[in-house]
Design a binder for this molecule. Structure first.
Ligand code: TRP
Length: 454
């Protein structure tokens, strides 16, 4: 039997459903609706999607299961959790460094995530004001460009976004995170379906499907494979401890694997729907699939400006996007907050406020990456791109790799078997994927993508 407490000192989700909703809330976010469509466009479409789906199924899903399992077994924040698990399994205490890497990655991601969440908030206001009505593609694009050219405006919305995040974080597991995540996911889903319906009416839906689902491997570069792998981690919020922290609040005796599959299905569905909503508009308006981070903000408003009740749907869509981002942003500093509460005895309010403020300050560099410093480049990337690359494409896969190694090479088989509670065949499948397939896949992709394998 594990020597760890049966309940986290931070409290527990009230039910399995609450965990599913919170973890799905963490998974479904800007990654699905903002990031996935634009990186798909930058990396040539179909072949990228196929590689991404393979990464989700063969690598990210087993690691999601692993991370929930480690969290629930440890019942502590990732840093102390890895420490406790390592002790229990007779492994070096240095495994807690893995928890530290997660804390840092989450903090770095939050700093830029909040900036983009700020864009979404700003677009709620534009939608409500009817600013999109009757505008054609070029005017919508110009609106986005003049918006991001103004650092003070971006800073203002970034500040609001970070305040939103801190507000929920300080309220704690049940009253804060859980109470938040219920109604909004279905709403977001419904509006996406309406937008896919609009896409059908553009006459370019088939073109969009062909772009997304016809693989053309000649367009697939090594770096695209790294991006696909990194995004599989980003979109499921794995590789850095968020899911470990959430798992540590999970009640005993719920099926980890089944829960994980629900999260993966919901997350993948939302991403693919977002693509099917956006790409018909891209092709109908002669826009570039490779437009980059502005893609969503330059396409969907065209639809809202033309469809009936566009003001209502536009406002609802951006509200839902903000909420999706919000349920994700709060998850990013949960490992760090839980750590400070455990080790310093701080209140959640104090830990959340301090961390939120620090991430906000770092976010200013991202704000500037879209205007004054857009051309300040290192390795061909500006600050925002560098931060995104470092976290999503390196730190998260590396974190996932180490989690997989710990769970299947270091941890005793009896421990993972007991905690997962799977039927024998399913357990073996998880084990083979996590012990061999995922680590090898990550290693090959990282080394190849970073140019070490040539
Ligand atoms: N998965 C979220 C999204 O797709 C982002 C996210 C939330 C995240 N928590 C995370 C990414 C932790 C990495 C690590 O928008």
């Amino acid at each position: 039997m594990p020597s760890t407490p049966r309940e986290s000192i931070h409290g527990q989700w009230s039910s399995r459903l609450a965990f599913v909703l919170a973890a799905t809330g963490a998974a479904v976010g800007l990654g699905n609706i903002w990031k996935f469509p634009y990186i798909m466009g930058q990396n040539g479409g179909g072949a990228f999607v196929l590689v991404y789906l393979a990464c989700i199924l063969l690598v990210a899903t087993p690691i999601l299961i692993t991370e929930i399992m480690l969290g629930r077994r440890a019942r502590r924040s990732p840093v102390h959790g890895m420490q406790a698990l390592a002790r229990e399994e007779g492994a070096p205490a240095a495994w807690s460094l893995l928890g530290w890497m997660g804390v840092i990655a989450g903090f770095l991601i939050l700093s830029y995530y909040s900036v983009i969440m700020g864009w979404a908030i700003a677009y709620v206001e534009r939608a409500l004001a009817g600013s999109f009505t009757g505008l054609e593609g070029p005017a919508i694009k110009a609106m986005f460009q003049s918006f991001t050219a103004n650092p003070l405006e971006l800073l203002f919305w970034h500040t609001i976004a970070m305040l939103f995040t801190m507000l929920v974080v300080v309220r704690g597991v049940r009253a804060g995170l859980e109470a938040f995540t219920t109604l909004l996911m279905p709403l977001l889903f419904i509006i996406l379906l309406i937008l896919v319906g609009y896409g059908l009416s553009t006459g370019h839906f088939a073109e969009a499907l062909a772009f997304m689902f016809t693989p053309n491997f000649s367009k697939l570069s090594a770096s695209a494979v790294v991006v696909a792998m990194g995004h599989a981690f980003f979109t499921l919020s794995i590789g850095m401890g968020t899911i470990m922290a959430y798992g540590s609040y999970m009640p005993e005796r719920t099926s980890i694997a089944r829960t994980a599959l629900i999260i993966v299905a919901a997350d993948t569905l939302v991403a693919l729907l977002a693509g099917m909503a956006i790409y018909p508009i891209v092709f109908a308006n002669g826009l570039e699939p490779s437009a980059g981070p502005g893609l969503v903000f330059q396409t969907l408003p065209i639809a809202f400006g033309q469809m009936s009740f566009g003001v209502v749907f536009g406002a609802l869509f951006f509200v839902a996007l903000v909420l999706a981002a919000w349920t994700s942003s709060i998850s990013m500093i949960e490992p760090a907050v839980a750590y400070l509460v455990e080790s310093r005895g701080w209140s959640r309010a104090r830990a959340g406020t301090l961390l939120g403020f620090a991430a906000w300050a770092l976010g200013i560099l991202t704000v500037l990456s879209f205007n004054h410093w857009a051309e300040v480049r290192l390795f061909g990337k500006n600050f925002f791109e560098l931060l995104d690359f470092l976290t999503s494409n390196i730190m998260l896969p590396l974190g996932g790799l180490l989690l997989a190694v710990f769970a299947t090479w270091v941890m005793r088989r009896a421990s993972s078997f007991e905690e997962l509670g799977l039927p024998a065949a399913a357990y073996v499948l998880w084990r083979v994927l996590t012990r061999y397939v995922a680590p090898l896949g990550i290693l090959v992709v990282l080394l190849h993508g970073l140019g070490l394998l040539g």
